[in-house]
Design a binder for this molecule. Structure first.
Ligand code: HEM
Length: 323
């Protein structure tokens, strides 16, 4: 499982030679969500081609004007590494987007596996207008617009705490909430795609206002409605796959999962060392938590029933969790 919540930092050395972290204003989590959307956005509802199939990894797609920015290559560098013959890049991308939303305090999103990676780039596709208002608002609760990629939208902010000069979509850009809607409706928004000086690039303003702000009003009034709408829209977005691809049932994580378990026999001391990690899912962090591994009678025991034990007990323990 990949950890979706870390930020990109630039590491520099101060005058004392100590490493310090310089915030760039850029985050990985919005990159992953944006990459998933742009991969899905090639879906063509008329012929069923395109969708979540990792075709965004092809240089031809990344060169299109709507796919400007380094977020796609950043995402693929991380997620391609966790894909394998069993987990497609498209599945890793879907899971990465889900982890990104959830780790930023967003709603739980159902995950299904089985996406198939495209062998060639897709043609550009489209979504309906109504779905777009919701999806754009859900996506643009994270991150923002980078000066380097869009210098005509965002000036160089000259901010040492935001060296990438990212103009964020709302005041809580690392957190999932409905501020993108409340700030838009109250007229306090600094969203660069709403209040940008260049009207032609104010795409959020056009999309959010395309139904007379009706959808954004409902999002601003209820954070619960916003969260449940986004959970549905994100799931639909991630489950938009080319015709013929069969997704699995919803996959839920195991609550307790042993990881990198090792049982090493040391012939010199004739001892067996047991080590490993346990991943707990949806359990509040507690650094003083005690994990107790207990032997489960007969589990992995190579002795015959009733045989007299000789030498050390080699039974493989079963993990139990003490809270
Ligand atoms: C027509 C619709 C859309 C337009 C015109 C649009 C435009 C943009 C632009 C110009 C950026 C700045 C990218 C950069 O600076 O690298 C951006 C960022 C972003 N977009 Fe969209 N977007 C649209 C729809 C969506 C949707 C549907 C989602 C997700 C469901 C989404 C998620 C994001 C995220 C998370 C970011 C932040 C990236 C970051 O901080 O690096 N966008 N969008």
């Amino acid at each position: 499982m990949v950890n979706a919540s870390y930020m990109i930092h630039v590491t520099v050395v101060n005058a004392q030679g100590q490493f310090i972290l310089r915030p760039t204003g850029t985050r990985f989590t919005p990159h992953w969500i944006r990459t998933a959307y742009h991969d899905m956005a090639t879906h063509d509802i008329t012929d069923g081609t395109g969708g979540m199939d990792a075709s965004i990894r092809f240089a031809e797609e990344q060169a299109r004007p709507e796919n400007a920015g380094d977020g796609f290559s950043n995402t693929l560098n991380v997620l391609e590494a966790v894909s394998s013959r069993y987990v497609s890049i498209a599945d890793a991308l879907a899971l990465g987007a889900i982890m990104a939303v959830e780790n930023c305090g967003g709603p739980e999103i159902a995950f299904r596996g089985g996406r198939v990676d495209a062998a060639v780039p897709n043609q550009p596709g489209g979504f309906t207008q109504e779905e777009m208002i919701g999806l754009v608002a859900c996506g643009h609760t994270f991150g923002g617009v980078q000066h380097a990629t869009f210098p005509t939208i965002v000036p160089d902010l000259q901010d040492p705490n935001n060296v990438d000069s990212v103009a964020h979509f709302d005041t809580t850009n690392t957190h999932f909430d409905n501020n993108v809607a409340t700030e838009y409706i109250s007229g306090t928004t600094q969203n660069p795609l709403v209040v940008g000086l260049n009207e032609t690039t104010n795409s959020d303003k056009r999309i959010f206002g395309s139904d007379g702000n009706a959808t954004m009003e409902t999002f601003a009034q209820s954070s619960d409605l916003f969260a449940s709408t986004c959970a549905n829209l994100f799931a639909r977005m991630l489950d938009t796959v080319p015709n013929g691809v069969q997704l699995t049932e919803v996959i839920t994580p195991l609550p307790v999962k042993p990881n990198t378990i090792k049982l090493i026999y040391d012939a010199t001391t004739e001892t067996i060392a047991f080590s490993g990690e346990v991943r707990l899912w949806d359990v509040p962090a507690n650094l003083s938590r005690v994990l107790v591994f207990c032997a489960d009678g007969g589990y992995g025991d190579v002795r015959r029933r009733g045989a007299k034990r000789r030498g050390p007990d080699t039974r493989i323990p079963r993990a139990d969790v003490a809270r």
